[in-house]
Design a protein around this ligand. Structure first.
Ligand code: KG4
Ligand code: ZN
Length: 347
């Protein structure tokens, strides 16, 4: 990675590419906050057949779709490649084969056109989704990132600068949603299905544990909760009791929401920052959003959240994060590689 000095040009337009999991996505973003196009080709229907993301299939589909998705992003923005100031791409964390497709496409375009290349951290992208629809949001703020692979509570000290306050010790929040959904027969993708069915259920019907991680107040643990749901299902089966899917879903969802809200509010108060944002696929959960709305209002904290389409994987968020890297003069070389377990804050 090179630092080449900051840029003086007024409008910076970035073509961004995202392929870390099961969405092939490309977007054109102006000045980090204005989305000119946001194309997402989802593979969900395909992976639903197998009950989860199959990495090999994901990579193959990305290869088939990526050129078309990039072309569509430029066309929808009414622009050509030569109008771009940078090509941004997610290079980690994620599925290695899936990441490699986006990274290879971005490197090839950058090499052929001479347009600079910027590698972006996927979680940094999720956090930056908040800048797109909240034009007034600026660091510092506290952000809860909850997705299928990650659960992080971070203090965003500046653009692209993070201090990790807490993280999950085992399963990510989204992973817990997906596993519980499968166990109660809702299938994949679990999060949106639990969200929907919970609206018909009683969140106080069954008490599931809210795990605390003794030595780290902001850390999360969701595997015990998942086991508690599985134990409940087994004991009902053994006793011949029919489960109420909506009650189990709503009670599980409430246990997750309670923990996320409690930890986040404590972090915001202890950091002395009155701005709080959520990000990642689970941030589109309706119960989580309304719980945060209520709790933030009570404490006079300004609550920021992206619209659901900006919470789940997309390339516009990668373009938003890349803009602030571009402004700092960050450029990557053609040795940029996919880093499946890239840590937040590692560049
Ligand atoms: O951020 P994302 O699209 O991909 C990753 O980076 O992992 O997040 C996907 C995760 C999945 O686990 C999915 O079940 C969960 O986000 N999710 C939800 C909702 N929508 C997506 N979880 C709870 N409620 C939702 N409405
Ligand atoms: Zn994601």
């Amino acid at each position: 990675m090179d630092i080449v000095g900051t840029c003086g040009k007024e409008d910076i337009v970035i073509l961004a590419i995202e392929s870390s999991c099961d969405e092939t996505a490309a977007a054109v973003v102006r000045n980090g906050r204005k989305v000119l196009s946001n194309i997402i080709s989802s593979q969900i229907d395909l992976h639903t057949l197998y009950g989860g993301v199959v990495p090999e299939i994901a990579s193959r589909k990305h290869t088939e779709r990526i050129n078309q998705v990039i072309g569509e992003a430029l066309q929808t923005a009414g622009m050509v490649l030569e109008d771009m100031d940078a090509i941004a791409v997610t290079y980690g964390p994620g599925l290695v084969g899936a990441l490699l497709v986006g990274v290879s496409a971005a490197k090839a375009i950058s090499f052929a056109s001479g347009i600079p290349l910027i590698g972006v951290h996927h979680i940094e992208g999720h956090i930056s989704a908040n800048y797109i629809e909240n034009k007034d949001l600026e660091p510092p703020f506290v952000c809860l990132v909850v997705s299928g692979g990650h659960s992080h509570l971070v203090r965003v000290t500046d653009y692209g600068e993070y201090e990790i306050l807490g993280r999950t010790r085992d399963d990510a929040a989204g992973e817990a949603f997906d596993k519980v959904a499968r166990a109660i027969g809702l299938g994949y993708p679990g999060g949106p299905k639990i969200d929907k069915v919970s609206k018909e259920g009683n969140p106080d019907a069954i008490f599931f544990p809210r795990a605390k991680v003794g030595d780290a107040v902001y850390d999360f643990s969701f595997s015990g909760l998942k086991s508690a749901v599985l134990n409940y299902l087994n004991s009902c089966e053994m006793k011949g009791i029919e489960i109420c899917q909506a009650d189990v879903a709503a009670s599980f969802q409430k246990a997750v929401v309670d923990v996320l809200v409690e930890h986040s509010m404590q972090a915001v108060e202890e950091c002395g920052i009155n701005k709080f944002a959520i990000a990642g696929g689970v941030a589109s959960n309706s119960a989580l959003r309304s719980a945060f709305e209520k709790e933030c209002a009570k404490r006079n904290i300004t609550f920021y959240y992206p619209s659901p389409i900006m919470c789940t994987d997309n390339a516009a968020m990668i373009g938003a994060a890349a803009y602030y890297e571009y402004r700092k003069g960050v450029r990557h070389g053609y040795d940029l590689n996919a880093v499946p377990n890239l840590k937040l804050g590692e560049k």
